[in-house]
Every structure is written in structure tokens, then in C-alpha cells.
Write a protein that binds this ligand. Sequence first.
Ligand code: ZN
Length: 347
Amino acid sequence: MYNWSLARRIAHYKATGKSLSVTELCAEVAHLKRQPETEWLRGVDSQSLQQAIRDLDKAFGAFFARRAKFPRFRSKKRETPTFRIPQRVALVGDRLSIPKVGPVRLVLHRPLNGVVKSATFKQDATGAWYVTLVVHFELSDTPLPPPAAERVVGLDVGLKDLVVLSDGRRVPAPKHYRWAERKLRRLGRHLSRCQRGSKNREKARVKVARQHRRVANQRSDFIHKLSSRLVRDYDGGVIEDLNVKGLGKTNLAKSVHDAGWSMLRFQVAYKACWQRKHLAVIGRFFPSSRLCAACGCITSDLTLAEREWTCSCGVTHDRDLNAARNIRDEGLRLLLAEGCPESINAS
Ligand SMILES: [Zn+2]
């Protein structure tokens, strides 16, 4: 449906110079359902078909707003299957009721506390299906009282220690991918030696995919537990707006992605909002590492390798701890000064 609407939109634009709207495409689908050769479309949930058209419309919107490239055709080979149903998916007992499919057994990771709004179904490379349910619930929007300074923590993310907190706590980076790398190399070698198109190759492919999934699950589990603990233990958090995308392109890429900085940031942000805690995000160009937390001087000649440094005022700093303290102080200033605009943004 996605590829069909993309082809239709391109052809229509070439013929008339005009764009096709979602409504027009939906009307065409209704017509297709009446044609004998495309009658099978009736077997699919109609809302799911429309959702694909709307998803493409969104992709075009991003393209016109210059946020994304021109939408591409999706490939059955390259991409894992996924579809969305915007309504009428419901949990009945231990089964998920899916329109036009019926009840399907599932492993539920947590009870749902809210009304199910939409469902996204996705198959991963090992062949397992996942469903993500969006639930709607009410959250109070009364303004939060300003936090007490000692209940606010600054977070400095790094590669050796995933997080250093301004109160001195440290969380070493678990390096899940680095640990699994040897095994992945061995599995990958085996895969490349299997004959193309053979059953053994397919088995080897699933083994590699399973190992990747294992690493991803370990990382996600670790970061979920960490972010929950951080949000629970403090009333406010301050994080730095890091250029993760840029760093991911440098020679630190593997470690940066393995550390899961963006995952941690995202989770801390939504959990803080959920638990009604403060969150401040400070600018990318704030000199958190080079600033002396004791006297406020900025040291210009500090390299990434220097883990400790001594300021001209005589204080010796641990690089990360000093940065975390500066981040906290700057965030606290923002939180107290302007009625917490940043926490509203984070929400
Ligand atoms: Zn100093």
C-alpha cells in the first residue's frame, strides 16, 4: 500500500504537476477493492491500509519541510515487515484482538494502564513479531514547584563511565556489544561461508540476528533500569544536549552507539515527565569539562585523554565529576531562573 501510493503520487505529479491527497488515494483504494484482481485487499483491515497512505503523507510532509529526503520505496528484502492499525486493537484476556485476524496469543510485558489508541506490528530479523501499543492516560499539568537544589543532579555521559553524577556516583559503561563482538564475528564468518540461498545459510542468518537481538535487549534492559533509578532517586536532572549523531560518525562510533547515550537521554526525558520531575537540557556549547567548578575559570588546553587536571586556582579536578557539577549548576540556574521552560520543552 505504501509503495503503491508512492508510485501513484509520483505518476500523478508527472502527469498533472499536482499532488494527490490522502482522501483521493483512499477513494482509489475503495475502487481497487471492487476490482476482481485486487479484491484481496478486502481481507486486510481498511484502517491499516489507510494508515500506510497517511504514513507516506507524513514522509512527504517531512520532505517538503526539508527535514527528510524524498520518500523511498520500501523493500521486502531489505526491510523487516511492519504495519500499523490506528484503532480497534484490544487486549482481551491474555490475547490481542486484531481486526480481520482475530485473537492472537501474546507475551505481555506489563499491564496496560490506559485506553489502547493504536498498535504497531513489527517483525524482527529472527522472525518474531512484536506489537507496540500506544495507550492514552491523563497526566496532571499543574506546574511543578521549583526543586530543592540538593535534590537536583547533573549527568555527564561518557564512554568509560556511562554516567557520572554530580554527587560522585558513577555507572560504568557495560559495553554489551564489545563483549558479544567475538561471538558475532564467529557467527558472521560461518554465515559468509554458507552457500547463498541454502537452508543452512538461512539458519546461520537467524543465529546472527538472534545474537544481535540479545545485545540490543541487554542494552535496553540496562538503560531502562538505570533511567528509572535516576528519575526515582532525584527531583530534578540536568543533561547536556550532545551531538550524538555527529559523534556516531567519528572513530568512537561503535562505543558511542554501544553506550546508548541517546536511548538514555530519551528515557530519562519521558520518565521525568511521567513521574513529574524536573529536567533541564543545557546547550551543546556549554564548556562543561573545561570550566572549573571551584573558581569558574575556563581552561582552554584540555584534551580528551586528560582524565584529571589542575586549575590555575590550585584545585585538581576529576574531569567527569567536574563536568557533572558544572552541568548541575548550569541546569539549576535555568530551572530556578525562568520558571522551568526547559522542563516544559522536555515534556
Ligand atoms: Zn579553578
